[in-house]
Design a protein around this ligand. Structure first.
Ligand code: KG4
Ligand code: ZN
Length: 339
C-alpha cells in the first residue's frame, strides 16, 4: 500500500511516501530561519508558514518518490500533540486529499511516530524501553507491542531539547541550539563544571531540567559577570567548550541514568531513543556504551529520522491502514493528545 505521510505538528513542514516497507521519499522544510530571531517558536508564524509551504512540500515528496497523487492509496497525518494551528494545516490538507480522492485517512499520534521511527531502518523485538527526547517532549515509555505503550515517566518542567535551546540562547548561540552545543562540547572538558543532576523524589522515571537552567544562569553571573536580560557574555572558545560539554553531560546523565534503570528494573534488554535530542552525539555514545556494559542494546535511528519528519508518521499510520482502519473526515486535531 502506498501511504502519504503529512506532519506539521510544530515548526517543520514534512511529507513522505511509504510503499509497504520501502520509504520512497521524505521531505522536511525547516522554519528555523523564521523563528531564529525570536529565540523560540512563534505559534502564529509557524501555522502561517505551514500554510505557505505545505503544498510545495507535498509535491516535492511525490516527485522524489516518482509517483503522482493518483498512486497514493492512504494518508497518515499527525493529529497531535503539538501546536493547534500548525496541526490543523496538515490535518486539513490530508482531509482535502482523502475527500477528493476517496481514499482512507488515519490520524497519528506524533509521539507514536517517534517511538516507531526505528522500524524504518531495522526490525527490533518488543518489548522495549523508549526514551523520547525532543524540543517539546521528554518522556520514558514501555513499548509492549504496536499501539501498546505504557508511560513510565515524563519531565516535570522543561523538555530536554528546550533545556539545550535555552542554554544556547543564554550563551548567545542562536536557536535552535542543541546541535551547536553538541558541536562546541566536542572540544570541551565535560568535568570542568559540576552542574547539578535533578532526581524527582518518589518518581524515579520523571525528569526535571529547570534547575539546571538556573544553575547555568547563576554560573554565568558568578564567573563571567553575566546579567540576566543582557546580551550574552563574550566567552573564550575554551570557556565556551567547557560550559557546553559540562552542561551537555548533565543533561545526558539525567536522561541516560533513568532510561537504563527502567530497562534494568523491568528486565527489558532493549532501549530505543528518538526525538530531536537523540541526534546528540554524547547521548548516543553514552547509551550505546552503558547499555552494552549492562548486557542491553540501545537503538537510535539515524539523525534525519530522529528529528521531526513525516516518514515516521507514514509508518505508524501504514500499520493501521493495512488493518483497514480509517478515521472520519470530522477528525479533529488535539494539542495535548496523550500517547
Ligand atoms: O524532534 P524535534 O525535531 O522537534 C520537536 O518535536 O521538538 O526536536 C528538536 C529539538 C531542539 O530542541 C534541538 O535543539 C534539539 O532537538 N536537538 C539537539 C541536537 N539536535 C537537535 N539537542 C542536542 N544535541 C543535538 N545534536
Ligand atoms: Zn517531535
Amino acid at each position: 500500500m502506498i501511504v502519504l505521510g503529512i506532519e506539521t505538528s510544530c515548526d517543520d513542514t514534512a511529507a513522505a511516501v511509504l510503499d509497504g516497507p520501502r520509504l520512497l521519499s521524505s521531505i522536511v522544510s525547516s522554519q528555523d530561519a523564521v523563528h531564529g530571531p525570536y529565540g523560540g517558536i512563534v505559534p502564529e508564524l509557524a501555522s502561517r508558514h505551514h500554510l505557505v509551504n505545505v503544498l510545495a512540500v507535498l509535491h516535492a515528496a511525490l516527485e522524489q518518490a516518482g509517483i503522482g497523487i493518483d498512486a497514493v492509496e492512504g494518508i497518515a497525518v499527525t493529529r497531535g500533540p503539538g501546536l493547534i494551528g500548525s496541526l490543523l494545516v496538515g490535518l486539513s490538507t490530508a482531509k482535502g486529499i482523502a475527500f477528493r480522492r476517496g481514499i482512507p485517512m488515519v490520524g497519528v499520534n506524533h509521539l507514536e511516530g517517534h517511538l516507531l521511527a526505528i522500524f524504518l531502518e531495522r526490525e527490533i523485538e518488543f518489548p522495549y524501553v523508549a526514551l523520547l527526547v525532543s524540543g517539546g517532549h521528554t518522556s520514558l515509555h514501555l513499548a509492549e507491542g504496536p499501539g501498546r505503550y505504557r508511560r513510565l515517566g515524563a519531565t516535570r518542567d522543561d523538555a530536554a531539547g528546550e533545556a539545550f535551546d535555552k542554554a544556547a540562547k543564554m550563551l548567545g548561540l542562536g536557536f535552535p541550539g542543541g546541535r551547536v552545543i553538541d558541536r562546541l562540547a566536542r572540544d570541551g572538558d565535560r568535568t570542568a563544571i559540576r552542574f547539578p543532576r535533578a532526581v524527582v523524589r518518589g518518581a524515579k522515571y520523571d525528569f526535571s531540567f529547570s534547575g539546571l537552567k538556573t544553575a547555568l544562569r547563576e554560573f554565568l553571573r558568578r564567573e563571567h559577570g553575566f546579567a540576566a536580560g543582557a546580551q550574552a557574555p563574550s566567552l573564550s572558545a575554551s570557556a565556551l567548550g567547557d560550559i557546553a560539554a559540562s552542561f551537555q553531560e548533565a543533561v545526558v546523565d539525567m536522561l541516560a541514568v533513568p532510561a537504563l534503570a527502567a530497562a534494568d528494573e523491568l528486565g527489558v534488554p532493549r532501549i530505543v531513543v528518538s526525538g530531536g535530542v537523540s541526534a546528540n552525539s554524547r547521548l548516543r555514545g553514552r547509551l550505546h556504551d552503558d547499555a552494552r556494559r549492562l548486557g542491553m542494546a540501545a537503538y537510535v535511528p539515524s539523525p534525519k529520522l530522529c528529528t521531526d519528519n513525516a516518514a515516521m508518521i507514514a509508518y505508524a499510520g501504514a500499520r493501521r491502514l493495512a488493518n483497514r482502519e480509517r478515521d472520519p473526515l470530522t477528525l479533529n486535531a488535539v494539542a495535548s493528545l496523550p500517547l
